[in-house]
Design a protein around this ligand. Sequence first.
Ligand code: PLP
Length: 831
Amino acid sequence: MKTQNKKIESYFSHESLGGIELSKEEIKTAFLEKLFYGIGRIPSVATTNDFYTALALTVRDQVFKRYVRSLEEYAELDSRGIAYLSAEYLPGPHLGNNLLNLEITEETREALAELDIDLEALLEQEVEPGLGNGGLGRLASCYLDSMATLGIPSIGYGIRYEFGIFNQTLKEGWQAEVTDKWLHYGNPWEVVRPEIAFEVRFGGRTEHGKNEDGTLKVTWTPDSEVKGTAYDTPILGYNSNGIVMRLWKAEAIDSFDFSAYNMGDYYRAVEKKMRSENITKVLYPNDENLSGKELRLKQQYFFVCCSLQDIIRLHLMQGRKLNTLSEKFSIQLNDTHPSIAVPELMRLLVDEHDMEWEEAWHVTRHTFAYTNHTLLPEALEKWSVHLLGRLLPRHMEIIYEINRRFLNELREKHYTGEQIARMSIIDERGEQSVRMAHLATVGSFKVNGVSRLHSRLLKSQVLNDFADLWPSQFTNITNGVAHRRFLAVSNPGLAELISEKIGKQWLTDLPQLKGLEKYADDVDFRERWMQVKLQNKIGLARHIKERTGVELDPSMLFDVHVKRIHEYKRQHLKVLHILSLYLRLKNGKGEGISPTAFIFGGKAAPGYFMAKRIIKLITSVAELVNNDKEVQDRLKVVFLPNFSVKQAQRVYPAADLSEQISMAGKEASGTGNMKFALNGALTIGTLDGANVEIREEVGEENFFLFGLNTEEVQTKKASGYHPYRIYDRNEELQEVIDFLISGELENGNTEIFRPVHDNLLQQDPYLLLEDYQSYIEKMEEIHEVWRSPVKWAKMSILNVARMGKFSSDRSIHEYAEEIWKVEPVKVQLSK
Ligand SMILES: *Cc1c(COP(=O)(O)O)cnc(C)c1O
């Protein structure tokens, strides 16, 4: 299929691709050409979406220019590369970020203004790809951003879900889910690669025969097959290389299509096509919890199978041998979701490429690295042997063989039966199941946690047997965030103020923010700093008014709790606090309460009873508080529906206070905590996840700590926790808890929040009552500090100045050095 066209090649030589910097005039011309010829519109009938699409295509051309050049460079240098396997990505809107990375935001704004088009309106027009649930998907996208910027030759592989995470609306205060039709208006950022497509097989049976030389030959006869086609979205680094996010879409195998002669078969063929496409139809909306559904396993295997075949294709295309795969590629597994890659690579090497088991195992175990993202028992992935064996019979055999050899190794080391049962890839308790975290650990050369605390707990608890066996296999890489998107793009006011003082180097070197420390004592700087925050709050207040009808006074303390709704994240602890303030005000004991706007956002998994009830609780409290004349200018509560990256980019820059109040030991890292602090919000938090390291960096005097730490939580639980006793001894808490079932929240309905009430008094698995008093007292301290704007501003500036560690550039640098051993390849951009 490849055409050798020297003329085109010479046209695409580095020199002719020179002019990276675009002038205003060039942007205007290119934009108009896209509008006329790219989408065939005349201005008199063009819609905002037409303008957006024309601009996106204009920008995409520039992005592809850099991407193509990066690819050429990587191929020429035969460089070592990284494949990042993730079932989820949350890229957020592409346009603003690409404009920043091309450094043409202002030129574009001016070019459009000359055409009487407002850039902000076009940025607003973009529908983001919601191909992930929350933190894990957003992390994957932050990492692609940093891999591109640092010049790490890499590909991000994933799934092109036709329907991403649902859109959240509210119906009478309850969450209602609406299908996410993100592709409805087309997607100008992607290109389909019909020639990059692979077959993926399911079901059927295996036959064990012999090769001519007498070695074992296994053939797998599947009972269905689908095709995965690549859809490429270029991801640009800042003033740097481009890489690709390659997402697979499931389609019917061509040979199944329309080969029939009569109508009956024709319809059957169409049906088959539809069934094939089901695999990538929809993202499972469960965060931190797997539902064990067959289709989910199909999705995982589907994208892993396509990705590994693609990696092997790229490897062989460079003229290399398969036994050198691990020298040229590291494959990072983002959680266990892609861990079926371990037996799949074994299958490809042994069955399809006739490699010996031992050699194939050596290659496999030197290629994969695994990132663990959770300690929650309900989120540790397991698949029943029955289901896995039916869907992927050959993989089940391979898993058994990997396990057999692994357990033999343990026996040789004199492990006890109990230890062996604990470490086995197969869980024999109850219905037999495959422990995916064990499979990933046994099949990888490195395992990392995502914050220092999390990695320690991983080694001492969840995977402690493995850490004892292979201590050097375990490491920590603390998460980071794409600070260009979450500061430079989303908070241009603050970015500009920062650059004015310390220059622009922080865009690629976040620790440079340290240079802001000395301005914390500068009166003028502090005022400008808080002025930027105020402007951001005014913007968010306007947005909230449009979306919810609730009016917020921007001078209030903006106290923000946004993230997925989950009991361990304790949104309901925040609600207990709000109710305590409300009741104090009603009882005439409201002195010391600073006027506060409580802003919540986040989606609940559609089947998560308690999380959905917590949303209803928040909206009921909002209804009560916002309509009570007595507390009118003191408290406001809003639930901003449909938290997404786009919303996040509005919310973090406008927050005064960041709520990071999970029960210690449950949040692996968190990245919301980083995005808030980077935008000058102060944090109230527990010693959980990366909060520990944030506090260490910004200084304990600039962080509001409360609650039990991990060890205290564990001791408390081990010694028998009785929430009722705490309730019994704390009068204010009693009033608050009783209020939940008083009927005052929901027009006399006493039952609606009884499940929350009973859960707290009977089990309280996340220790809300235990941490309640400590939380309330810390909040009182916060309200006091808030009344001293100078103190608050200083703390805010020092927080930002000391957040340098939490760029995903730093995380990726550590992955590259410690795990991947890969050298950056910086493409020279001629200007
Ligand atoms: C950062 C981010 C998250 C993760 O937030 P946590 O507070 O770390 O749970 C979830 N969703 C979106 C849209 C984000 O941007």
